[in-house]
Ligand binder design. Structure first.
Ligand code: MLT
Length: 214
């Protein structure tokens, strides 16, 4: 297992759902465990630490500046992460098709990259404050994928237009995408969590064509 990670098994009676938790820049494998528990008290939690260090702060891929990504590294790291999901599924005996990835910021961006580059690896995704990580050389087939993008209407790091472009790219690939905007900046707000819970448990979570609030 080539990622430092935490794995917390589900209660024995549960149906085998797994949340793959991907932290933001400067986080680690413990960061999103409380969020994962809140989103689904019954799921197993798998939480790797990003392997790239930026001034000592873990990330999932290299960047050249804020919002300017090293695309070759994005490709390499997305493949490593997709392989890790397969290896972890074999080791911890879960079905990779029962995994929902939950990523925040840099973690959401690497999750989006895995969706675009290794479409078979993930079926469900909650992307908090995600942006377009790269333009894939081949258009992916994401007809099997269900994705929630929860963006900040006033996020100084992720422009509304960028989140909309990510949603459009994933929809063009066939994914069922819900894009919503929280009246917030880059940090998560309670409304993000509520929407993610609703979406995860299939109780709504916003219109697929929600627009940014004025
Ligand atoms: C971050 O600070 O992590 C950025 O907003 C997203 C990224 O660099 O991937």
């Amino acid at each position: 297992m080539d990622f430092t990670h935490r794995f917390i098994p589900a209660a024995a009676s549960q149906a085998g759902h797994v949340l793959l938790l991907l932290h933001g820049t400067g986080g680690d494998e413990s960061d999103l465990l409380p969020l994962g528990r809140e989103l689904d008290p019954d799921a197993a939690l798998l939480s790797p630490r990003g392997k790239v260090l930026e001034n000592g702060r873990p990330r999932f891929f290299r960047r050249l500046a804020e919002g300017v990504f090293d695309e070759a590294d994005v490709v390499r790291r997305a493949n490593e992460l997709a392989d890790f999901v397969g290896t972890a599924a074999a080791r911890y005996e879960f079905d990779p098709r029962r995994v929902t990835v939950v990523g925040y910021s840099n973690g959401a961006n690497i999750a989006a990259a895995v969706l675009l580059l290794r479409a078979e690896a993930l079926t469900r995704a909650i992307l908090f404050r995600a942006m377009v990580p790269l333009v894939p050389a081949q258009p992916p087939d994401l007809a099997h994928a269900r994705i929630l993008i929860s963006s900040g209407a006033h996020d100084p790091i992720v422009p509304v237009e960028n989140a909309e472009r990510l949603a459009a790219t994933l929809r063009e690939a066939g994914a069922n995408v819900t894009l919503r905007f929280e009246a917030a900046g880059h940090p998560l707000a309670p409304g993000d969590i509520a929407a993610a819970k609703g979406w995860l448990h299939d109780r709504g979570g916003g219109s697929a064509f929600a627009k940014a609030p004025a």
